[in-house]
Design a protein around this ligand. Structure first.
Ligand code: ZN
Length: 128
């Protein structure tokens, strides 16, 4: 049985908006990253035990993981656009049921419905 609500007609727009937001985030993070590297080069020249140097190293690793997350998000958006092109967008990959529209609006790259996502979260919390 096919639901006429799926995929949502504005899915392509949601994904385009998500991509623009993610690209802006990466640009912002990358700019901040360059500033931090410049700052850490300056502080290393003074004193390598400078507590500010440790803060910068911490911030760099935080930024690094944020950039990685944003790039993963871009890959998710690519995959969602592929699903859209193939007519599989908005269907839960686990149970095959349509994903609630408000979930897709909040998270246009969602692959699973809320029920399956929370099942998965419970399972992954149990496993190491
Ligand atoms: Zn499901």
């Amino acid at each position: 049985m096919r639901s006429h609500a799926h995929p949502p007609t504005h899915a392509a727009g949601l994904l385009r908006a998500a991509r623009a937001t993610t690209l802006r985030r990466i640009a912002g993070l990358t700019g901040h990253f360059d500033e931090l590297i410049a700052a850490s080069l300056g502080s290393n020249a003074d004193d390598e035990h400078d507590p500010e140097g440790a803060t910068i190293a911490f911030e760099r690793s935080q930024l690094d993981s944020l950039v990685r997350q944003a790039r993963e998000q871009l890959a998710e958006i690519d995959a969602a656009e592929d699903r859209l092109a193939q007519g599989r967008y908005g269907l839960c990959e686990t149970c095959g049921r349509p994903i609630a529209l408000d979930r897709l609006e909040a998270r246009p790259t969602a692959r699973t419905c809320i029920a399956c996502a929370s099942d998965g979260a419970r399972r992954s919390r149990r496993s190491p």
